[in-house]
Design a protein around this ligand. Structure first.
Ligand SMILES: [Zn+2]
Length: 134
């Protein structure tokens, strides 16, 4: 099942979109709804995430949209389409939210943390980033 989830996720983090081939750490199988919040080990609740996104996400399931102040669900990488909720800015250095879910997730998962920003700048120089979003 782990291999199937990895394949479904396109071998990249469902949140920051980092490809396995570009990160040193092994991407993790994460619980979309955390086990601590009652999430299951079923395939439908599993996706692939990098260590940073998974650790920043923690047990969060919702976050506040900074524009509307509404509390919304975090982005669900299995059921939501990334490009419907996010866009790359500054040639791909930063992720911006297009929707309440996107904006809340950018903040909750710190998608523009200094480590991610630094590595994306290097990836852009190498021509590896941003990824094409289908
Ligand atoms: Zn990530």
């Amino acid at each position: 099942m782990r291999q199937r989830v990895r394949q479904q996720a396109g071998d990249r983090c469902g949140y920051c979109r980092s490809l396995q081939k570009y990160v040193l750490g092994v991407l993790e199988i994460e619980h979309i709804l955390p086990k601590a919040a009652g999430g299951s080990d079923q395939e439908d609740n599993l996706w692939l995430a990098c260590r940073l996104c998974n650790s920043y996400k923690g047990v969060q399931t919702q976050a506040q949209d900074p524009v509307t102040n509404d509390t919304v669900s975090l982005f669900n990488p299995r059921h939501d389409r990334w490009r419907d909720h996010f866009i790359w800015t500054n040639q791909g250095i930063y992720v911006a939210g297009l929707t309440a879910i996107g904006r809340a997730t950018v903040i909750a998962l710190r998608l523009n943390n200094p480590y991610a920003v630094a590595v994306r700048q290097a990836w852009i120089s190498a021509g590896w980033h941003p990824p094409v979003e289908l």
